[in-house]
Design a protein around this ligand. Sequence first.
Ligand SMILES: [Zn+2]
Length: 123
Amino acid sequence: MHEMGIALEILRIAGESVPDGARIERVAVAVGELSAVEPELLAAAWEAAVAGGPQAGAALEIDWRPARQTCAACGEIPERVPGSWLRLCPRCGMPLGIEGGGELDVLRVVYVEDAEETDGEVA
Ligand SMILES: [Zn+2]
């Protein structure tokens, strides 16, 4: 399951994009249909990656990006059944191309900066 490595990489990228000591509330990632990532497995891997660590409880939002099939003449072909591909345009018979679906990006990180710790000493 390579999703664990991806979850750890997302956690690393998210951690680098927030100030030291900040607590990550949630991370939004784009996952494309052609990125070879299973969203359910990634969600489970994320839970395991943050569990027990400083970012325990951080949520992962997966923005699923399906690939689109397009015809040079007719534009986007919405008839495609998810998980299958049409070879030819159902309207005009031209070969179809594929656009998008390869995304695997951290879109945004929502975090809270912890209040400064006080040790009780008053200068
Ligand atoms: Zn067409």
